[in-house]
Design a protein around this ligand. Structure first.
Ligand code: CTP
Length: 391
């Protein structure tokens, strides 16, 4: 179990720290909350104790805990420190080496990564002294989680809001969840469905939700890769810390992939790309008549086929969705498109395919076939990247 120290200071956003604490706790982190006195005016230590199952620490000389050693033992066991919300005051103290309460003392004794999420009035945040303190802490390796812009508690509109607690937790997951086996690698993932316009109102698409591609991107990011996602239409939450390029048509996806391909090491092509597109797109809405109608279609570029031809030493992984003869058809695609691996699934198998949070995949490489049971798409992503790492 990883240990996180959560520092909570006296910003009105302190209530959101309760969600941060509980989210980390639910994800099996041992969370030790340290509050400043001012934070206790806004939210009670008891809230954090209930949400983390640990004693919440407030002041250096409280009775009941041997704090003089506690701040050192907490600091020693910490895998990460997260201060959320962080006031101008705590930022100022840390930047200038002041350790006069439990939080500043403990952080001073920590050797692990420190994440700081400022939350304050815009004018305070933009104050050159605060900004200089932030820059100084960054130069010492602290990671700042940029505040959001919006309506602040004081009534002003501007920068200074504490970001969504789930997003704040992502910084901790990125730091602690995986070994950084893909550090220094660039991974390109495509995800979702392409949309081929018929007229300004209608388009041809498919049921892909983007969940599988996003899961692969997220997993690669956790393993330390620099990740770019070229995404068509998706219904899933975009993976954090990834460069997401939104596209619509197969043509746009092809152009985006071509411009990213040269610099990347691994490509995972999870997108469901249209094989056909209308020969022309009407400028105006097509009006109905009493007759039937048909829409002439032409072939799109096979993006993966092009990647296979220009592959050099890159690792290339495709996807293959079938409803019959899955193995045979997918093996043909592996050969034809010059891939290192293809992840095959059969849409007719329960728990596999579009939209659901699970998939049933078979990993096919030149050297063998690995059939996997029904798994969450995030576990499928792990299996895919494990296999690609072997290659
Ligand atoms: N793909 C692509 N460009 C296309 C079509 C598909 O890059 N124009 C990629 C998909 O992202 C996926 C793989 O190719 O990784 C799927 O292979 P494909 O032969 O296109 O599969 P299907 O279209 O399902 O094959 P078929 O129509 O022959 O059943």
């Amino acid at each position: 179990m990883k240990n996180v120290i959560l520092g909570v200071t006296g910003s009105i956003a302190a209530y959101k720290a309760a969600i941060v604490a509980h989210t980390l706790y639910k994800n099996y982190y041992n969370v030790n909350v340290i509050m400043t006195k001012n934070a206790c005016e806004l939210i009670t230590p008891l809230t954090f104790e209930r949400l983390t199952n640990n004693k919440c620490i407030v002041e250096t000389f409280d009775k009941g805990i041997q704090y003089d050693v506690k701040h050192i033992s907490l600091a020693k066991q910490a895998d990460a420190v997260l201060i959320a919300p962080a006031t101008a005051n705590i930022i100022g103290k840390l930047a200038n080496g002041i350790a006069d309460d439990m939080l500043s003392t403990t952080v001073m004794a920590c050797k692990c990564k420190v994440f700081i999420a400022p939350a304050m009035n815009t004018a305070m945040y933009e104050n050159p002294i605060v900004q200089a303190n932030i820059e100084k802490l960054k130069s010492f390796g602290c990671v700042f989680i940029e505040p959001d812009t919006g309506l602040l508690a004081c009534g002003d509109v501007g920068k200074g809001k504490l970001p969504d607690p789930e997003y704040i937790c992502e910084y901790i997951y990125r730091e602690l969840e995986r070994e950084k086996t893909l550090s220094g690698k660039k991974v390109l993932v495509t995800a979702g469905a392409t949309c081929e316009a018929i007229d300004p109102v209608r388009y041809i698409t498919n049921y892909s939700s983007g969940k599988m591609g996003f899961a692969v991107a997220y997993e690669a990011m956790l393993r330390g890769a620099k990740v770019t996602v070229v995404a068509g239409h998706t219904e899933a939450k975009e993976p954090p810390f990834c460069n997401v390029i939104k596209v619509k048509s197969a043509k746009e996806m092809f152009n985006a992939v071509k411009s990213e391909f040269e610099s990347c090491d691994i490509v995972v092509k999870a997108a469901a790309v249209a094989d056909y597109t209308p020969v022309s797109t009407a400028d105006n809405k097509l009006k109905k008549s009493d007759d039937d109608m048909s829409i002439p279609l032409k072939r799109t570029d096979d993006i993966l086929g092009w990647l296979g031809k220009n592959k050099k030493d890159k690792i290339l992984c495709g996807f293959s969705m079938e409803t019959e003869n899955m193995l045979e058809n997918s093996q043909k695609k592996l050969e034809k498109k010059n891939l290192d691996m293809i992840c095959a699934n059969n849409l007719k198998v329960s728990g596999a395919g579009f939209k659901s949070d699970t998939n049933v995949i078979t990993l096919i490489t030149k050297s063998g076939v690995t059939e996997l049971p029904i798994m969450s798409k995030s576990d499928c992503a792990k299996a895919i990247l494990d296999k690609l790492s072997e290659l």
